[in-house]
Design a protein around this ligand. Structure first.
Ligand SMILES: Nc1nc2c(ncn2[C@@H]2O[C@H](COP(=O)(O)OP(=O)(O)OP(=O)(O)O)[C@@H](O)[C@H]2O)c(=O)[nH]1
Ligand SMILES: [Mg+2]
Length: 351
């Protein structure tokens, strides 16, 4: 699962990439992609308990677009490099420069949001118009083609009114439109790259409509002092905290940004435990037990009998999964059970 870092030139995209990944981009020109471990205290505690040979966390990938990918104010057209790096991403992280104009951050944020959304909307509109023209040329027959055409016309109307598709879930989530990978349909985490003085910035001062287009199910705002956090990305957590405390910042935002990214992608984790391995497995929210089994192996999904389930906290409190089983504390669930974030699961299956 991939998140593309977008934003106006020199807003601090590469600095945010460094803060999140602890790595320098592989290239200043081409897109760079790095997978980052999703911090998870549940995995840590279970790993401390089991002391397994291997511990596996969930991960998300961040993409820094590199210098040549260009998203400029009023450029009118997004380059091929930008599109090829951003289309495959499931979500966007929009970096807004909140450090060069600290006296009016809100105004600056509003402008940056509007100009980036305009670029995304225009790119989608171009795609829709092309497709509509093509369909018209082929002659629109009843059936699936007519349906696609009608949905595209609705999409076109919304985009022409300047509405990002993420604000219209019925279009953003439509199966027939999914293959377009519309840019403005992707959820956005809006990172305000602040100075240390502004690190407590909140989106409350922003216009409501603007805020709504970036908040709720489709994302949120978070201040991050990227230049500082890029410096501490490879320090031990305690050292990092001490460093930030010198600048009056209580908590590093880095972990929150990564956790929010994972959440924004619509993902959660279930866990497997044992002496060999403690592991977080990534599944979509609302996944069923059988889908979860399939993430481990398709054979386990196919031969699914039952899922043994216990939440992670009880697993620890009861002295481990096997011990909890002996005490009869483990639930048996069927294939349609909706897995909860943090469930510890052991699958019974036959092949
Ligand atoms: N003071 C301050 N400077 C910053 C901060 N973040 C980035 N900068 C500076 O702003 C400039 C641009 O930062 P980059 O991270 O390269 O920005 P970018 O968005 O990747 O730039 P392009 O890829 O060229 O569009 C650099 O000189 C950074 O040192 C910050 O939080 N505070
Ligand atoms: Mg850059």
């Amino acid at each position: 699962m991939r998140i593309a870092i977008v934003g106006l030139p020199s807003s601090g995209k590469t600095t945010v990439f460094k803060a999140l990944t602890g790595a320098n981009p592989a290239s200043a020109v081409e897109a760079s992609l790095v997978a980052v471990r999703v911090p998870d205290d549940r995995v840590k505690q279970l790993s401390d308990f089991y002391k397994p040979k291997k511990t596996n966390y969930a991960s998300v990938e961040f993409v820094d677009l590199g210098g040549a990918a260009g998203l400029r104010k009023d450029a009118g057209e997004l380059g091929a490099k930008f599109l090829s790096a951003v289309r495959p991403a499931q979500a966007l992280l929009h970096v807004v420069d909140g450090f060069s104009l600290p006296e009016s951050v809100d105004e600056f944020v509003a402008e940056a949001i509007a100009s980036v959304d305009t670029e995304l909307v225009l790119a989608d509109l171009g795609q829709v118009e092309k497709r509509i023209e093509r369909l018209k040329k082929e002659g629109i027959k009843a059936g699936p083609m007519r349906m696609e055409f009608e949905k595209l016309e609705k999409t076109q109307q919304a985009l022409e009114a300047g509405t990002p598709l993420r604000c219209l879930p019925e279009l953003a989530l439509d199966d027939d439109l999914r293959s377009f990978s519309f840019l403005s349909a992707k959820p956005v985490l809006t990172v305000i790259n602040t100075t240390e003085e502004q690190s407590a910035w909140s989106a409350k001062g922003l216009d409501e409509a603007l805020r709504n287009s970036r908040e709720g199910d489709w994302g949120c705002f978070i201040p991050l002092c990227a230049a500082l956090e890029a410096e501490i990305a490879d320090l031990e957590p305690a050292d990092a905290r001490a460093f930030l405390a010198d600048y009056g910042i209580d908590e590093p935002a880095r972990e929150r940004v990564i956790n929010l990214s994972f959440d924004l992608l619509g993902l959660m984790s279930f866990l497997t435990v044992g002496e060999d391995e403690v592991r977080a497995w990534t599944i979509p929210k609302q996944a069923r037990a059988q889908d979860a089994a399939g993430v481990i192996h398709s054979d386990i999904a196919r031969g699914f009998i039952r899922a043994e389930v216990l939440d992670w906290k009880s697993t620890l409190d009861l002295g481990g999964f096997d011990e909890a089983r002996k005490q009869g504390k483990i639930r048996l669930e069927g294939k349609d059970y909706l897995v909860k974030d943090g469930d510890v699961i052991s699958f019974r299956f036959n092949v």
